[in-house]
Design a protein around this ligand. Structure first.
Ligand code: HBI
Ligand code: FE
Length: 296
Protein backbone atom coordinates (compact mmCIF):
# COMPACT_ATOMS: atom_id res chain seq x y z
CA UNK A 1 0.00 0.00 0.00
CA UNK A 2 1.79 3.14 -1.10
CA UNK A 3 -0.98 5.59 -0.29
CA UNK A 4 0.33 8.15 2.21
CA UNK A 5 -1.60 8.04 5.46
CA UNK A 6 -2.37 11.59 6.40
CA UNK A 7 -1.05 11.50 9.94
CA UNK A 8 0.31 14.28 12.10
CA UNK A 9 2.21 13.44 15.28
CA UNK A 10 1.59 15.27 18.53
CA UNK A 11 3.50 15.36 21.81
CA UNK A 12 1.05 14.26 24.50
CA UNK A 13 1.33 12.87 28.02
CA UNK A 14 1.61 9.45 26.34
CA UNK A 15 4.61 10.64 24.32
CA UNK A 16 4.89 11.47 20.62
CA UNK A 17 1.78 9.70 19.29
CA UNK A 18 0.17 9.63 15.86
CA UNK A 19 -2.89 11.82 15.85
CA UNK A 20 -4.86 11.15 12.76
CA UNK A 21 -6.67 13.58 10.60
CA UNK A 22 -10.37 13.16 11.22
CA UNK A 23 -11.10 13.12 7.51
CA UNK A 24 -13.59 10.60 6.15
CA UNK A 25 -11.85 8.99 3.19
CA UNK A 26 -12.80 6.50 0.48
CA UNK A 27 -11.79 2.90 1.08
CA UNK A 28 -8.97 2.39 -1.46
CA UNK A 29 -10.17 -1.13 -2.17
CA UNK A 30 -8.53 -1.42 -5.60
CA UNK A 31 -5.15 -0.51 -4.05
CA UNK A 32 -5.03 -3.31 -1.48
CA UNK A 33 -2.09 -5.59 -2.30
CA UNK A 34 -2.24 -9.39 -2.44
CA UNK A 35 -0.24 -9.35 0.81
CA UNK A 36 -2.91 -7.19 2.48
CA UNK A 37 -5.71 -9.47 1.31
CA UNK A 38 -3.65 -12.41 2.61
CA UNK A 39 -3.26 -10.71 6.00
CA UNK A 40 -7.04 -10.36 6.18
CA UNK A 41 -7.46 -14.04 5.24
CA UNK A 42 -4.91 -15.21 7.82
CA UNK A 43 -6.49 -13.21 10.65
CA UNK A 44 -10.05 -14.15 9.63
CA UNK A 45 -9.36 -17.89 9.37
CA UNK A 46 -7.35 -17.92 12.60
CA UNK A 47 -10.18 -16.32 14.57
CA UNK A 48 -12.86 -18.48 12.94
CA UNK A 49 -10.90 -21.58 13.98
CA UNK A 50 -11.12 -20.68 17.67
CA UNK A 51 -14.24 -18.54 18.13
CA UNK A 52 -16.97 -21.24 17.81
CA UNK A 53 -18.01 -21.97 21.40
CA UNK A 54 -16.28 -18.79 22.55
CA UNK A 55 -17.92 -15.86 20.70
CA UNK A 56 -21.64 -15.22 21.20
CA UNK A 57 -24.20 -16.45 18.64
CA UNK A 58 -25.12 -12.86 17.76
CA UNK A 59 -21.55 -12.25 16.55
CA UNK A 60 -21.67 -15.20 14.14
CA UNK A 61 -25.15 -14.23 12.94
CA UNK A 62 -23.96 -10.71 12.05
CA UNK A 63 -20.82 -11.99 10.37
CA UNK A 64 -22.71 -14.37 8.13
CA UNK A 65 -25.55 -11.93 7.33
CA UNK A 66 -22.86 -9.48 6.17
CA UNK A 67 -21.31 -12.20 4.03
CA UNK A 68 -17.79 -11.47 5.30
CA UNK A 69 -15.31 -14.13 4.18
CA UNK A 70 -11.56 -14.72 4.31
CA UNK A 71 -11.47 -14.58 0.51
CA UNK A 72 -10.64 -10.88 0.41
CA UNK A 73 -10.95 -7.64 2.34
CA UNK A 74 -14.67 -6.73 2.24
CA UNK A 75 -15.82 -3.64 0.35
CA UNK A 76 -17.38 -1.11 2.74
CA UNK A 77 -19.83 -0.15 -0.02
CA UNK A 78 -21.15 -3.70 -0.22
CA UNK A 79 -21.37 -4.12 3.55
CA UNK A 80 -23.22 -0.80 3.79
CA UNK A 81 -26.04 -2.04 1.57
CA UNK A 82 -26.72 -4.86 4.06
CA UNK A 83 -25.94 -2.95 7.25
CA UNK A 84 -28.00 0.14 6.38
CA UNK A 85 -31.03 -2.00 5.53
CA UNK A 86 -30.78 -3.96 8.79
CA UNK A 87 -30.03 -1.33 11.46
CA UNK A 88 -29.47 1.97 9.68
CA UNK A 89 -25.73 2.00 10.34
CA UNK A 90 -23.12 3.01 7.75
CA UNK A 91 -19.38 2.34 7.76
CA UNK A 92 -17.11 5.28 6.99
CA UNK A 93 -13.42 4.86 6.19
CA UNK A 94 -11.02 6.85 8.38
CA UNK A 95 -7.27 7.11 8.96
CA UNK A 96 -7.42 5.69 12.49
CA UNK A 97 -8.34 6.66 16.05
CA UNK A 98 -10.46 9.80 16.16
CA UNK A 99 -10.72 12.41 18.88
CA UNK A 100 -13.55 11.47 21.26
CA UNK A 101 -15.94 14.17 20.08
CA UNK A 102 -15.60 13.22 16.42
CA UNK A 103 -16.09 9.57 17.34
CA UNK A 104 -19.15 10.22 19.49
CA UNK A 105 -20.71 12.41 16.78
CA UNK A 106 -20.34 9.62 14.23
CA UNK A 107 -21.85 7.03 16.58
CA UNK A 108 -24.75 9.33 17.45
CA UNK A 109 -25.50 9.46 13.69
CA UNK A 110 -25.16 5.71 13.19
CA UNK A 111 -21.87 6.04 11.35
CA UNK A 112 -19.13 3.59 12.42
CA UNK A 113 -15.56 4.71 11.64
CA UNK A 114 -13.45 1.89 10.20
CA UNK A 115 -9.70 2.27 9.68
CA UNK A 116 -9.04 1.75 5.96
CA UNK A 117 -5.55 0.16 6.29
CA UNK A 118 -4.67 -3.31 7.59
CA UNK A 119 -1.70 -4.25 9.76
CA UNK A 120 1.63 -5.46 8.33
CA UNK A 121 2.42 -9.21 8.41
CA UNK A 122 4.95 -8.64 11.18
CA UNK A 123 2.14 -7.12 13.30
CA UNK A 124 -0.15 -10.12 12.81
CA UNK A 125 -0.15 -11.06 16.50
CA UNK A 126 -0.37 -7.60 18.03
CA UNK A 127 -0.97 -4.05 16.93
CA UNK A 128 -1.38 -1.23 19.41
CA UNK A 129 -4.01 0.70 17.46
CA UNK A 130 -7.26 -0.36 15.77
CA UNK A 131 -6.67 -1.42 12.15
CA UNK A 132 -9.17 -2.59 9.52
CA UNK A 133 -9.29 -6.13 10.91
CA UNK A 134 -10.04 -5.00 14.46
CA UNK A 135 -12.78 -2.62 13.30
CA UNK A 136 -14.36 -4.67 10.54
CA UNK A 137 -14.16 -8.18 12.04
CA UNK A 138 -14.32 -7.02 15.66
CA UNK A 139 -16.92 -4.26 15.72
CA UNK A 140 -19.13 -4.48 12.63
CA UNK A 141 -20.91 -7.87 12.98
CA UNK A 142 -22.69 -6.80 16.18
CA UNK A 143 -23.95 -3.64 14.47
CA UNK A 144 -26.32 -6.04 12.68
CA UNK A 145 -28.02 -6.77 16.03
CA UNK A 146 -30.75 -4.13 16.48
CA UNK A 147 -30.49 -3.83 20.27
CA UNK A 148 -26.68 -3.46 20.08
CA UNK A 149 -26.97 -1.02 17.18
CA UNK A 150 -29.32 1.00 19.40
CA UNK A 151 -26.84 0.78 22.28
CA UNK A 152 -24.01 2.11 20.13
CA UNK A 153 -26.06 5.10 19.03
CA UNK A 154 -27.23 5.78 22.60
CA UNK A 155 -23.59 5.54 23.68
CA UNK A 156 -22.57 8.14 21.10
CA UNK A 157 -25.35 10.50 22.23
CA UNK A 158 -24.31 9.94 25.83
CA UNK A 159 -20.71 10.71 24.93
CA UNK A 160 -21.67 14.08 23.46
CA UNK A 161 -23.60 14.92 26.64
CA UNK A 162 -20.73 13.71 28.85
CA UNK A 163 -18.28 15.94 27.00
CA UNK A 164 -20.35 18.95 28.11
CA UNK A 165 -19.91 17.87 31.76
CA UNK A 166 -16.10 17.82 31.49
CA UNK A 167 -13.15 15.46 31.47
CA UNK A 168 -14.08 13.17 34.36
CA UNK A 169 -17.42 12.14 32.80
CA UNK A 170 -15.62 11.63 29.49
CA UNK A 171 -13.14 9.28 31.20
CA UNK A 172 -16.01 7.45 32.91
CA UNK A 173 -17.81 6.92 29.60
CA UNK A 174 -14.60 5.77 27.93
CA UNK A 175 -14.34 3.09 30.64
CA UNK A 176 -17.92 2.03 29.84
CA UNK A 177 -16.99 1.62 26.16
CA UNK A 178 -13.79 -0.20 27.08
CA UNK A 179 -15.44 -2.77 29.39
CA UNK A 180 -18.41 -3.43 27.10
CA UNK A 181 -17.89 -2.71 23.40
CA UNK A 182 -14.18 -3.60 23.49
CA UNK A 183 -13.80 -6.21 26.26
CA UNK A 184 -17.30 -7.32 27.26
CA UNK A 185 -18.45 -10.88 28.03
CA UNK A 186 -22.04 -12.17 27.79
CA UNK A 187 -23.56 -14.67 30.23
CA UNK A 188 -25.48 -17.42 28.40
CA UNK A 189 -27.06 -20.78 29.32
CA UNK A 190 -24.05 -22.43 27.69
CA UNK A 191 -21.59 -20.35 29.74
CA UNK A 192 -19.72 -17.06 29.22
CA UNK A 193 -19.34 -15.89 25.63
CA UNK A 194 -17.32 -13.04 24.05
CA UNK A 195 -18.97 -10.01 22.48
CA UNK A 196 -16.18 -7.40 22.96
CA UNK A 197 -14.35 -6.42 19.77
CA UNK A 198 -10.94 -6.15 21.37
CA UNK A 199 -11.24 -9.78 22.46
CA UNK A 200 -12.94 -11.24 19.38
CA UNK A 201 -10.25 -9.81 17.08
CA UNK A 202 -7.39 -11.14 19.23
CA UNK A 203 -6.29 -14.77 19.12
CA UNK A 204 -4.67 -14.87 22.54
CA UNK A 205 -7.24 -12.77 24.39
CA UNK A 206 -10.11 -14.86 22.96
CA UNK A 207 -8.66 -17.74 24.97
CA UNK A 208 -7.43 -15.80 28.01
CA UNK A 209 -10.67 -13.87 28.62
CA UNK A 210 -12.71 -17.06 29.00
CA UNK A 211 -10.29 -19.71 30.19
CA UNK A 212 -7.48 -18.16 32.24
CA UNK A 213 -7.67 -18.29 36.04
CA UNK A 214 -5.77 -14.98 36.24
CA UNK A 215 -8.44 -12.33 35.50
CA UNK A 216 -11.51 -11.36 37.49
CA UNK A 217 -14.90 -11.88 35.85
CA UNK A 218 -17.53 -9.67 37.47
CA UNK A 219 -21.21 -8.98 36.75
CA UNK A 220 -21.79 -5.71 34.86
CA UNK A 221 -22.83 -2.73 36.99
CA UNK A 222 -22.90 0.71 35.36
CA UNK A 223 -21.31 2.81 38.10
CA UNK A 224 -18.82 0.08 39.00
CA UNK A 225 -17.60 0.02 35.40
CA UNK A 226 -17.55 3.82 35.12
CA UNK A 227 -15.19 3.96 38.11
CA UNK A 228 -12.87 1.11 37.09
CA UNK A 229 -9.52 1.85 35.49
CA UNK A 230 -8.32 -0.36 32.64
CA UNK A 231 -5.27 -1.61 30.74
CA UNK A 232 -4.23 -0.42 27.32
CA UNK A 233 -1.37 -2.71 26.32
CA UNK A 234 -1.95 -6.03 28.10
CA UNK A 235 -4.84 -8.42 28.69
CA UNK A 236 -7.58 -7.01 30.91
CA UNK A 237 -7.32 -7.73 34.64
CA UNK A 238 -11.11 -7.71 34.90
CA UNK A 239 -13.85 -8.64 32.40
CA UNK A 240 -17.41 -7.46 33.05
CA UNK A 241 -20.27 -9.81 32.23
CA UNK A 242 -23.71 -8.71 30.99
CA UNK A 243 -26.77 -10.96 31.24
CA UNK A 244 -28.21 -9.64 27.98
CA UNK A 245 -27.76 -6.90 25.38
CA UNK A 246 -31.07 -5.49 26.64
CA UNK A 247 -29.47 -5.03 30.06
CA UNK A 248 -26.62 -3.08 28.44
CA UNK A 249 -28.99 -0.92 26.38
CA UNK A 250 -31.25 -0.16 29.36
CA UNK A 251 -28.21 0.76 31.50
CA UNK A 252 -27.35 3.46 28.99
CA UNK A 253 -30.79 4.89 28.23
CA UNK A 254 -32.73 4.60 31.51
CA UNK A 255 -30.66 6.63 33.96
CA UNK A 256 -30.26 10.39 33.94
CA UNK A 257 -26.47 10.60 33.77
CA UNK A 258 -26.30 14.09 35.23
CA UNK A 259 -26.82 12.92 38.81
CA UNK A 260 -24.48 9.94 38.17
CA UNK A 261 -21.66 12.25 37.07
CA UNK A 262 -22.35 14.41 40.11
CA UNK A 263 -22.33 11.39 42.43
CA UNK A 264 -19.08 10.10 40.89
CA UNK A 265 -17.42 13.53 40.93
CA UNK A 266 -14.18 13.25 42.84
CA UNK A 267 -14.95 9.58 43.70
CA UNK A 268 -11.87 7.35 43.79
CA UNK A 269 -11.38 5.24 40.67
CA UNK A 270 -10.93 1.52 41.31
CA UNK A 271 -7.71 -0.22 40.23
CA UNK A 272 -8.32 -2.53 37.26
CA UNK A 273 -7.62 -5.70 39.24
CA UNK A 274 -9.70 -5.10 42.38
CA UNK A 275 -12.67 -7.24 43.47
CA UNK A 276 -15.01 -5.15 45.64
CA UNK A 277 -17.65 -5.94 48.25
CA UNK A 278 -20.94 -6.05 46.41
CA UNK A 279 -19.41 -7.35 43.18
CA UNK A 280 -21.24 -10.25 41.54
CA UNK A 281 -18.20 -12.48 41.21
CA UNK A 282 -18.03 -15.11 38.45
CA UNK A 283 -14.29 -15.51 39.09
CA UNK A 284 -11.94 -13.77 41.51
CA UNK A 285 -8.72 -14.03 39.52
CA UNK A 286 -5.35 -15.25 40.72
CA UNK A 287 -3.71 -12.17 39.25
CA UNK A 288 -0.96 -14.42 37.92
CA UNK A 289 1.25 -12.64 35.40
CA UNK A 290 -0.23 -9.19 35.96
CA UNK A 291 2.18 -6.27 35.48
CA UNK A 292 2.50 -4.19 38.63
CA UNK A 293 1.31 -0.88 37.24
CA UNK A 294 -0.03 0.63 34.08
CA UNK A 295 -3.74 1.08 34.79
CA UNK A 296 -5.24 4.08 33.02
N1 HBI B 1 -11.74 6.35 17.11
N2 HBI B 1 -11.72 5.47 14.95
C1 HBI B 1 -11.94 5.30 16.28
N3 HBI B 1 -12.35 4.09 16.74
C2 HBI B 1 -12.59 3.89 18.06
O1 HBI B 1 -12.98 2.78 18.48
C3 HBI B 1 -12.40 4.97 18.96
C4 HBI B 1 -11.98 6.20 18.45
N4 HBI B 1 -11.76 7.24 19.27
C5 HBI B 1 -12.00 7.17 20.70
C6 HBI B 1 -12.42 5.81 21.14
N5 HBI B 1 -12.62 4.80 20.29
C7 HBI B 1 -12.62 5.50 22.59
O2 HBI B 1 -11.87 6.38 23.40
C8 HBI B 1 -14.08 5.58 22.98
O3 HBI B 1 -14.20 5.30 24.34
C9 HBI B 1 -14.62 6.94 22.76
FE1 FE C 1 -12.32 -0.96 18.86
Amino acid sequence: MDQPRRVEHQMTDKGYVPVYTTAVVDQPWASYSAEEHRTWATLFERQMALLPGRACDEFFAGLSELGMSPHSIPKFSELNEILRAKTGWTLIAVEGLLPELDFFTHLANRRFPVTWWIRKPEQIDYISEPDLFHDLFGHVPLLMLPIFADYMQAYGEGGLKAARYGNEPLTELTRLYWYTVEFGLLNTAQGLRIYGSGIVSSKSESLYSLESTAPNRIGFDLKRVMRTRYRIDTFQKTYFVIDSFEQLFRATVDPDFGPIYYELKGAEAFPAGDVLDGDRVFQSGSGEGWPVDGDV
